[in-house]
Design a protein around this ligand. Structure first.
Ligand code: ATP
Ligand code: ZN
Length: 284
């Protein structure tokens, strides 16, 4: 049974989404087609769409899965399953006002007329905070709205903030922190769920590999015990004697988040010749 996944045809998420399939070992027939691509070695068909349409296609079951920004999912529907975050396309949806506006707290929101392409998310944010503001729904170039007198604030996607600065605006509230997510139709039939599980297994192996590094180091034998305790590894570290009497080589896996802290501890207790290498896939 084939599974259909919708991804962005052209834009910030396209290349990274295609790369994710590549890292999962999935290959396609004739490169990137117009609307559809079929995988040659996995039961997968890819639909290439505008990102705004992806949540509805998945909700309706035209596509079983989709890859799209959380900002788009939350705006369009709450009737799909969010399966996993994908770690790319990171940005935030923020409220911004004129840089000279003396905005101190959420209670100042009452005085705002906010231009946005995200009226649903913004409405929920205002409700949650017990705040009232006027929402102007517009579909593009939101950041110019204050300059032309349509509104005195915007609620829009920000990553570095340079577009806001360019338009004389400053960020005052974060509404949502977003990244690309894998979504699925609710109640996926069992055969399709089985294909999804296979895909998730591969995605997990790719993600785990990115989060971890392979580490090799040399240490005097009397330090092996101390070093093994610093390096938990997958089960326990591999210890191999060196040709030089009284020395061992220790191999293990460390998490990217603990990386520098672990290296500092290792050096302190006498580890030498530390090598750190990327891992391509990690199955545990
Ligand atoms: P489409 O033609 O498919 O409608 P688009 O112009 O709406 O494309 P892109 O600008 O390609 O969309 O952005 C796609 C997604 O990338 C956004 O919805 C958001 O989740 C994410 N993203 C990450 N960083 C940024 C950024 N700096 N600006 C805009 N979107 C970003
Ligand atoms: Zn779009």
């Amino acid at each position: 049974m084939k599974i259909k996944i919708a991804i962005q045809k052209k834009g910030r998420l396209s290349e990274k989404s295609l790369n994710l399939f590549k890292e999962c070992g999935i290959r396609f027939e004739n490169g990137i087609g117009n609307l559809k691509m079929s995988a040659t070695n996995f039961p997968l068909e890819v639909l290439l769409l505008r990102d705004d349409d992806i949540p509805q296609y998945v909700e309706a079951g035209v596509a079983d899965l989709g890859i799209v920004g959380q900002n788009v999912v939350w705006e369009k529907t709450d009737n799909v399953d969010e399966i996993r975050r994908l770690g790319y396309g990171k940005c935030r949806l923020s409220i911004a006002v004129d840089k000279n506006y003396n905005y101190k707290s959420i209670s100042y929101i009452e005085n705002l007329q906010i231009a946005t392409s995200y009226p649903n998310i913004l409405r929920k944010f205002l409700e949650k905070n017990g705040a009232k503001a006027k929402i102007h729904k517009i579909s593009g170039s939101v950041e110019i709205a204050p300059g032309i007198g349509l509104a005195n604030a915007v609620c829009d996607i920000v990553s570095t903030g340079s577009t806001l600065t360019l338009n004389g605006l400053k960020e005052v509230e974060t509404v949502l922190k977003s990244e690309a997510v894998l979504i699925a139709t609710k109640n996926l039939p069992a055969e399709k769920q089985a294909v999804l599980d296979k895909l998730l297994f591969r995605m997990n192996a790719v993600q785990k590999a990115k989060d971890n590094k392979y580490i090799l180091l040399n240490a005097p034998n009397d330090k092996v015990e101390t070093i093994s305790n610093i390096l938990p590894g997958m089960k326990s570290p591999t210890i191999v004697p060196l040709k030089e009497e009284g020395w061992s080589s220790i191999h293990s896996v460390i998490n990217e988040n603990d990386f520098w802290e672990v290296i500092e501890q290792l050096k302190k207790v006498g580890a030498q010749g530390i090598l750190v290498m990327p891992i391509e896939k990690m199955i545990i």
